[in-house]
Design a protein around this ligand. Structure first.
Ligand SMILES: [Zn+2]
Length: 407
């Protein structure tokens, strides 16, 4: 028996005015979502009540972990996925390259949580400028912070042991949840927060008038101009996936968070060329990587697609709908065709990790629809949607989903 878990990030949603009050899932014809939902459709709480709704808490659950026990913050998971190993007492942060607008930091507004999509060589140029800036260096030294830059907007910051507040008790806003707002009420609070604010301000001073950002401004694009730390936490440990389930697993994703959860659970997460985490990602290449791992002996492949979540954060209704169409046509359809050639006995679990609401451009902690399809039990299609799933029982513990899939 082979198993595939398709995590379509943030596909669940609420009513959208531009879609006549329907959700994207309700408004679209997605025949392969519906084919899978013909197996078993239900609702699951992936984010335990009281924990922040995000891909970190939700995907920990989906991989079989109870986030109430193992969640210490988002960043330690991502740091593991970026090859940054934390020593005892150190605290790591996710550090976004964001886009601010305004002549002075204190009165700026946040336009984008991902620096308007700047990446690759352009991001290299910006992080090199930060590394060369005396003001940024002084602020980093005051914090005891080392920045581990990446080529995307997702960087990792680590505060050395002894310099961080004892329980990492910062209050840090998640930049994707405050888009369009003035930053002042959302700046870091709590012990040690003043130094963090100074570091952010120094990065804005260093990057606001960088030639690359001036060129973007001339084209009407937001600058990639301010570091935003969030998701602080200490190192965490997860149970080894094989020890727990007796199944060899592989994870295919474009994002460090999923690589890190996989690494901590002892499963490979091969990097797939062309996997971007955006709408333009190479869906076929990601699917091919999952199928190749299954053909080579893996029992279960986790296939994570970030695009719908990113589109929802951008408030891009058409983009989110297009991401759903592409998942249907470029992932689910060829998956259903290819799996029988690897093993006629297979099950597919398809779900959203958490809702990402186009109306707020932020995450939501409500239960999400999921479905389990089994190759030996074909059934008539059923609409895969929030409303259909709400007619079904709620599975309260997302960390029990895998046991259900394997049962
Ligand atoms: Zn998200």
């Amino acid at each position: 028996m082979k198993y595939v878990v398709v995590i379509a990030d943030g596909i669940a949603d609420g009513p959208v005015d531009a879609l006549g009050g329907l959700t994207p899932l309700e408004s679209l014809h997605l025949p392969h979502f519906d084919a899978l939902a013909g197996g078993y459709l239900g609702r699951v709480r992936t984010v335990p009540e009281g924990l922040p709704p995000g891909s970190d808490t939700a995907i920990l659950s989906i991989f079989g972990n109870d986030p109430r026990r193992c969640y210490t913050g988002r960043s330690p998971l991502e740091a593991a996925g970026s090859g940054v190993t934390l020593s005892p007492g150190e605290i790591s942060f996710r550090v976004n390259m964001t886009s601010l607008e305004g002549t002075d930091f204190a009165h700026a507004r946040i336009l984008s949580h991902n620096g308007g999509g700047v990446e690759g060589e352009d991001m290299d140029a910006l992080t090199a400028a930060l590394a060369a800036d005396a003001g940024v260096a002084a602020a980093a030294q005051a914090l005891g912070l080392t920045l581990h830059p990446t080529r995307s907007f997702r960087h990792v910051g680590v505060i050395e042991a002894g310099k961080a507040p004892p329980d990492a008790a910062y209050r840090l806003a998640e930049p994707h949840n405050i888009l369009g707002q003035p930053i002042a009420p959302h700046l870091p609070q709590g012990a040690g927060a003043e130094e963090l604010r100074a570091y952010m301000a120094a990065s804005y001073a260093a990057l606001r008038d960088h030639p690359l950002n001036r060129a973007r401004a001339a084209r009407g694009l937001p600058g990639a101009n301010c570091l935003w730390p969030w998701g602080a936490g200490r190192a965490t440990q997860l149970a080894d996936f094989y020890d727990k389930y007796g199944k060899r697993a592989v994870a295919i994703s474009a994002v460090p968070l999923v690589w890190g959860i996989a690494a901590l659970a002892g499963m490979p997460a091969p990097r797939v060329p062309g996997a971007t985490g955006g709408l333009d990602t190479d869906y076929a290449a990601k699917l091919a990587a999952a199928l190749a791992a299954l053909a080579a002996g893996a029992d279960i492949a986790f296939l994570h697609i970030e695009a719908p979540d990113e589109c929802a954060h951008a408030g891009d209704v058409a983009g989110k709908c297009e991401a759903l169409r592409r998942i249907d046509a470029r992932v689910l359809a060829p998956l259903l065709n290819a799996l029988p050639h690897i093993d006629p006995d297979f099950r597919i679990l398809l779900l959203s990790d958490h809702p990402t609401l186009l109306s707020t451009r932020g995450h939501d902690g409500a239960p999400v629809p999921y479905c389990i399809y089994e190759s030996r039990r074909p059934a008539p299609p059923r609409k895969f949607s929030e409303a259909e799933a709400s007619k079904e029982p709620l599975l309260e513990e997302g960390s029990e989903l895998l046991a259900l899939l394997f049962a």
